[in-house]
Each structure stands twice: as C-alpha cells, then as structure tokens.
Design a protein around this ligand. Structure first.
Ligand code: KG4
Ligand code: ZN
Length: 338
C-alpha cells in the first residue's frame, strides 16, 4: 500500500500550526508558531489579535511544514484542518487556507475536530488500542471520552463549568503570574505543600462530571482574605493545595470511569496533560489500580495545540473517505460525539 501524506492545519486558538503526517502516525514536520507573547500583556487570548496573527503567519507556516517534510503539494493526499471547537475568527483563517489549497491542488479536504486531535496526538507515539478512555484536559475542555472503536466518540463525563486549564490561568492571574498561568503554577506546586485542603468538588458523586469553578473561587477567596488581613501568604502552598485538589478529582474520576468501561488503553490529552503532578498521580494510580491497562501520556510538545494531532485524527477520516466540501465553514461550538 502507498503511504498516505496528510497536510494538516490548526488555528483554533493562539497557535498557528501546520504539519505533514505519514499514515496517521509518523510526524514528517510539525511547525508551531505561538502567539503567547502578544497576548501576555492582556492576561489572556484576545480573539482579534489572534486572528490577525494567524493571517500573517499561516502561509509561511504551511510552506515551512512542506519544506521540512521535503515534499510539495503534489505529493499530498489530503488536507486536514481544524473545523472547531475554538475561536471563530481564528478557525476561519485555517479553514480558508485549507480550502484554498484543496481547491487549487485538487485534493480532498478533511474537517477535523480539535478535541479528536488532542486524543489522536497519542497515535503519534504508537498504535492506540480500542476500547479506550481519554482524559482531555485543556484551557477550554475537561472531558472523559470513551472510544469503542477508531473514529467513534462517546462523552462519559465533562466539566459543568470551568475547564481545568481555565481555572489554572485565572488563579495565575490573581497571583500576578504571567499568562498562561498553568505551567508556572505547576512549577510552584512542586515547591509547596497542600496546607489549605481546598474542596474536591464532585469527587464522590455517582457520575463522571467535573466542576472547577467552586475550587477556583475558594482559592481566589483565600488569596484575597489573606491580602485584606495582611497575613503572609505562601503562593507555593496555595499552588500545591490547588493542584492537589484538581489532580485528586481528575485521577479519581478517570480511574473509576476506566474500571466501569473495561478498557485496553487510557490516554491523557490536551494542554493540561503537561502538568507534572497530574502525569505522576495518574501513572501511579494506573499502576496500582489498573495494572492491565496501557497508559499513554504524550510528550510535552504534543500536549499543547499543534497540527500534527490534526493530521493523526484526519487520517481516520481519510480511511473512512469522510471528506468535506469546499463550502466548509468554521464551527466554534462543534461537539465531538457522532
Ligand atoms: O490544549 P491547549 O494548548 O489549548 C486549548 O485547547 O485550550 O491548553 C492550554 C492550557 C492553558 O490553560 C495552560 O495554562 C494549560 O493548558 N497548561 C497547564 C500546564 N501547561 C499548560 N496547566 C497545568 N499545568 C501545566 N504544566
Ligand atoms: Zn487544544
């Protein structure tokens, strides 16, 4: 069988990225231009600024992805692009670029879901085995997704309010940390102790949903109270206490869902999958409680947003001949379940 080369494009938030993926599993190139510096002074992603950066970057990033892979558009079998979810103005830049390339070079177009991309990032490390469960934790999402087979998604649990990454970033802001706060809080947590014992929301409830907004408020209140009273506040202990509460709930619910679903593999995915505390706690829990389940945790460069994951997910759609028309539009609220 001939190799399948997919040119993938991702622009759902503040990373402009293009990649070339061979047979859904081998990364020939994965170019990521981050806009973090431009959004830092605003303390969060400004949609208009993000769109403008995408417009400026996208052509060069696609050219760099092809050049690094050592191929030309003629060698590409299909163009895969993030259709949603994400910021509409950001998504539109990637979707327009992908449509233009597919039309000009007469290639099939594949419309890929960003969350599916995060899950399929794990396929770039080795074959994935179904049935599997994926814990997707990012700035916009916190979901437990069951996959009985390739390309089939069933949401078994999700956050009812804030995503885990969102809570990290908001607490980071209150502590005066640079945006995005997740990575810095993770570092701080490792130098502190869980002295605050913040609430573990919904940990004992008989479902697989999450809630982080109560925890976020509890942490922010503790910070404000200490400041008002002039008390000494140890930011590292605050970070460690917050992280312990997040990790405890994520791990407990994931392990319970995994046991109920009787899976072969457990995948961690999304930007918060870079969290050292979560990686360690989940590894330990799987080793003791699910010794027959294969746990896969992506390397850091595949946790955050990147186009390689969109190429990996797009390959499943390519095999199923699930192609999009040139009337494809961005879908900011796109859901995952089929
Ligand atoms: O997947 P991603 O790049 O973008 C979205 O699709 O949302 O995730 C970004 C999120 C941000 O909220 C960021 O603070 C968080 O991932 N993050 C972390 C860590 N590294 C990135 N959160 C906790 N610990 C980390 N080490
Ligand atoms: Zn993402």
């Amino acid at each position: 069988m001939n190799d399948t080369l997919i040119l993938a494009i991702e622009s759902s938030c503040d990373e402009t990225s293009a990649a070339v993926i061979k047979n859904g599993s081998e990364v020939l190139s994965n170019i990521v231009a981050s806009q973090i510096k431009s959004h830092m002074r605003f303390g969060g992603v400004v949609p208009e600024v993000a769109s403008r950066h995408h417009v400026e970057q996208i052509t060069q990033i696609i050219e760099a992805a092809l050049e690094t892979a050592g191929i030309e558009m003629a060698d590409v079998d299909a163009v895969s692009v993030t259709e949603g979810p994400g910021l509409v103005g950001s998504l539109l830049i990637g979707v327009s670029a992908a449509k233009a390339l597919a039309y000009a070079h007469n290639k099939p177009l594949i419309a890929t879901n960003h969350i599916a991309g995060h899950i399929y990032a794990n396929q770039l490390l080795g074959p994935i085995h179904f049935p599997l469960l994926a814990l997707v934790v990012s700035g916009g999402h916190t979901e437990l997704i069951y996959m009985p087979a390739d390309g089939v998604f069933e949401i078994v649990g999700e956050t009812r309010d804030d995503a885990a990454g969102e809570a990290y970033d908001k607490i980071g802001r209150v502590l005066g940390l640079p945006y995005p706060g997740g990575k810095v809080l993770d570092e701080m947590a490792h130098n502190g102790e869980d002295t605050y014992n913040f609430p573990r929301a919904m940990i004992n409830e008989d479902n697989f949903d999450f809630s982080f907004s109560g925890l976020k408020s509890a942490v922010i209140n503790a910070i404000h109270n200490a400041r008002q009273k002039g008390d000494d506040l140890d930011p590292e202990n605050v970070a460690a206490s917050f992280q312990a509460a997040v990790v405890d709930v994520l791990v407990a619910k994931t392990i319970r869902a995994a046991k109920e679903k009787d899976i072969k593999q457990l995948l961690l995915a999304g930007g918060v999958a870079a969290n050292k505390g979560l990686r360690k706690a989940l590894s330990e829990a799987v080793a003791t409680e699910l010794p027959n389940v294969e746990l896969t945790i992506p390397p850091l460069y595949l946790c955050g947003d990147n186009a390689a994951m969109i190429g990996a997910a797009g390959y499943t759609q390519y095999k199923a001949k699930e192609f999009a028309s040139l009337s494809l539009n961005a879908r900011p609220g796109l859901m995952l379940e089929n």
